[in-house]
Write a protein that binds this ligand. Structure first.
Ligand SMILES: Nc1ncnc2c1ncn2[C@@H]1O[C@H](COP(=O)(O)OP(=O)(O)OP(=O)(O)O)[C@@H](O)[C@H]1O
Length: 320
């Protein structure tokens, strides 16, 4: 039974974490909920409890038992049939937008052969630490921790791994110290090969988003990506059209270099939700390259990403 006299000695922030505190034969036993805490935080809170309790005349010894709620952490895969359609750009911006909404979100760059998230999230050149044999995700200034092969290999070095090596690398990125992250967005490699299928089967995401540009070839590949998710029994949350509608920076005239509306039509045909359209805009390319995702700001370019993140958030609320 909890000892009210001892409990009253603990500051409220610590007491909120102590689910039981008993005193028997001059030994205090505190059961501490450490869900979501890192190593240092656990050590600090344990030391604080030990200091406070051992200062009491009635206590000779303090024992602390740590418990953690099993986190239900969900993976959301962002995939595309074709490369270069803006999958990584969308993933980074959705993660930033979800973090702005208060979600605890992490990001895995599963594009082992062409990692771009360290550049997009502005933490290129940083290395993840290792704790208890697992990687600790690298923080970004947008509140989104991230792990990418780009954090582990030297700049410009090509990775020429066969499937099993890539699979092992991916396992390390996903099975890492994600702390209190409740959602992890996974930026999948482009295409629909064995690596993607194995990854989806091994780390089954709760749902997937497919990105495509509007031209026919990209759409055929996007449909194939849909089949890949079907095969892996991963529900498709919806399709996103990227690089639709180009506004000329000189005259403002709108044109559609890759066509427009094709993804929405394809979504209808495939009976999948259409989540939204992101225009082709120079600012998106420039701010992405500079490591400041548009979704972190309030420009016109942020709006489509924030709107798609709203829908993802609603899907997470309804399905997870
Ligand atoms: N809506 C957009 N407007 C302007 N540029 C964009 C837009 N979306 C993406 N880009 C740019 O297009 C390029 C490819 O985007 P990105 O790397 O996100 O694609 P990807 O599908 O992840 O590619 P990969 O196949 O290499 O993984 C990048 O230079 C990016 O800045």
């Amino acid at each position: 039974m909890t000892n009210p006299d001892l409990s009253a000695l603990l500051p409220a922030s610590i007491a909120a974490r102590v689910s039981s505190l008993t005193l028997k034969d001059r030994r205090a036993l505190a059961v501490l909920d450490v869900s979501g805490m890192g190593d240092q935080e656990r050590k600090d809170i344990s030391a604080a409890i030990t200091d406070i309790l051992s200062a009491q005349d009635t206590v000779d010894d303090v024992r602390i038992a740590m418990t953690a709620e099993r986190k239900t952490r969900q993976l959301i895969a962002i995939g595309s049939g074709k490369g270069g359609v803006g999958k990584s750009t969308l993933t980074a911006n959705l993660a930033v937008a979800l973090a702005r909404k208060g979600r605890k979100v992490g990001l895995v760059d599963a594009d082992i052969y062409g990692p771009s998230q360290p550049t997009l999230l502005g933490n290129y050149g940083q290395r993840p630490e290792v704790s208890e044999d697992k990687l600790v995700p690298v923080a970004s200034k947008f509140g989104v921790p991230v792990l990418s092969m780009g954090h582990l290999i030297d700049a410009g070095r090509a990775i020429a791994w066969r499937g099993p090596m890539a699979g092992k690398a991916l396992t390390q990125l996903i099975d890492a110290q994600w702390g209190d992250a409740e959602v992890i967005l996974v930026d999948l490699p482009p295409g629909t090969g064995d690596v993607q299928l194995t990854m989806l089967q091994k780390f089954k995401p709760a749902g997937a988003i497919i990105v495509s540009t509007p031209q026919d070839l990209a759409l055929i590949d996007a449909a194939r990506a849909g089949q890949l998710f079907d095969e892996a029994e991963v529900p498709v949350i919806g399709l996103v059209e990227n690089m639709a509608g180009y506004a000329c920076p000189h005259c403002g005239e709108l044109s559609d270099p890759f066509g427009k509306g094709g993804v929405e039509t394809a979504a209808g045909r495939l009976e999948l939700p259409f989540l939204g359209r992101i225009p082709l805009h120079m600012d998106i390319r420039q701010s992405s390259d500079a490591g400041t995702p548009p979704a972190a700001g309030d420009s016109a370019q942020a709006a489509p990403f924030l709107a798609i993140a709203e829908q993802l958030d609603a899907w997470l609320c309804a399905n997870v």
